[in-house]
Design a protein around this ligand. Structure first.
Ligand code: SF4
Ligand code: SF4
Length: 370
């Protein structure tokens, strides 16, 4: 019921209004599901009802033209229903096996002028599904790298594994463009993380005029910012000082204070992490570990990043046991061998034993040794 009898258009309508009839009818009664082939699933309910799903890759930022085409496909084959997965895939569902081939054929024949698939089928099971990612240069203010660009470059490189299920187990890649990590990269098999390496610059001329100085000070998780009076163009102005030794380049201060920008062409780049997962299968959930401390931003295709990711995927696909996730494989063979097999250099930046008085209550490692 609208509060105060106001009707607003804020927020989406309740999701269950959009269930396909067969989903609404069988809520809570699904028995099992199978992957019939890459990108095609069947769910079977207690009473025998079936739902066939064709999953296609999507992207996080879509044009209205593209969304209209998605809706047209849904109208044509699925009585107007579709769903988006958490990893930005699109799922078209039909309630009868006889409808699957026509849907697949329609999706496969829709192509961009250059000939690439508009709606590539895949992203299921022991392969690589779409990358969950953040805003990047297109929309956020603290990114150290781009999100859409790095994701497009990576997905183009690993596309065969989106369409296939040849890997030992699912491999999830995530991307976040700064270490605030809207992309939840800390628990993915392979993570791309944007990383700043320089402390914020201080624009003393405007800082006191456009920032709440106490807010900027309190925004710093390491206590690196303190109030300061500085000489600026012959005047004493209120501003802040940053203890660069304490700065971890997180960008929180810039979120609070636009006069503390920290983007830098040379300083900014990418960290690669590996070995995280959220599932309980075979072993407990894991946080990812940093495996490449820094790669430069190489727009528009980030070749060093995609090459390194490919090295990890190929070594994992050759060496891991069936059902073993990337982190489980690395732990079984030992992280030393992981670096050898993936042809990655081990540096002191990768030693995972961070301790600081602010965090004495627990020790930071992938296993949270309390
Ligand atoms: Fe912005 Fe950082 Fe989130 Fe990227 S990860 S969208 S830069 S806050
Ligand atoms: Fe503090 Fe982060 Fe700003 Fe550095 S970038 S001064 S750690 S808030």
């Amino acid at each position: 019921k609208p509060m105060e009898n106001r009707i607003t258009d804020i927020g989406p309508k309740k999701y269950d209004q959009f269930y396909p009839p067969v989903i609404a009818k069988n809520k809570g009664k699904w028995l099992y599901h199978e992957i019939l082939e890459p990108g095609v699933l069947v769910h079977v309910a207690e009473g025998g009802d079936e739902v066939y799903t064709v999953r296609v890759g999507g992207c996080r930022l879509m044009t209205t033209t593209h969304i209209r085409e998605i809706c047209e496909i849904a109208e044509k084959h699925c009585d107007g229903h579709l769903r988006f997965t958490t990893r930005n895939n699109i799922e078209f569902m039909v309630d009868d096996k006889s409808k699957v081939d026509a849907l697949k054929k329609d999706l496969e024949t829709r192509k961009f002028p250059g000939g690439s698939f508009k709606f590539p089928i895949g992203g299921t099971g022991a392969g690589i599904t779409n990358i969950v990612h953040t805003q990047g240069w297109i929309h956020c203010h603290t990114p150290a790298t781009d999100a859409s660009g790095t994701v497009k470059a990576t997905m183009d490189e690993v596309f065969k594994d989106f369409q296939d299920m040849r890997l030992p187990a699912p491999l999830r890649i995530s991307m976040a463009c700064c270490l605030n990590m809207c992309g939840a990269v800390h628990c993915s098999d392979i993570a791309i993380l944007g990383y700043h390496r320089k402390p914020p610059m201080l624009d003393h001329e405007y800082l006191d005029k456009i920032c709440e100085i106490p807010l900027a000070i309190s925004s710093c998780p390491t206590g690196a910012i303190k109030p300061a009076k500085v000489e600026w163009k012959g005047e004493t102005v209120k501003s802040v000082a940053v203890n660069n030794e304490r700065c971890m380049f997180c960008g929180n201060c810039y979120t609070m204070c636009p006069s503390m920008p920290l983007s830098d062409q040379i300083g900014d780049g990418i960290v690669l992490m590996a070995g995280g997962k959220v599932s309980n299968r075979i072993s407990q959930p894991k946080f990812s570990k940093v495996v490449v401390a820094f790669l430069p931003n190489e727009m528009p295709r980030w070749p060093s990043m995609t090459k390194t990711i490919n090295q990890m995927i190929e070594a994992y696909s050759k060496d891991a046991r069936k059902y073993e996730r990337l982190g489980e494989w690395a732990e079984r063979i030992g992280w030393e061998r992981f670096f050898d097999k993936c042809e990655l250099e081990f540096t002191h930046h990768l030693i995972d034993d961070f301790r600081d008085p602010a965090y004495y209550t627990w020790r930071q490692s992938t296993q949270f040794k309390f």
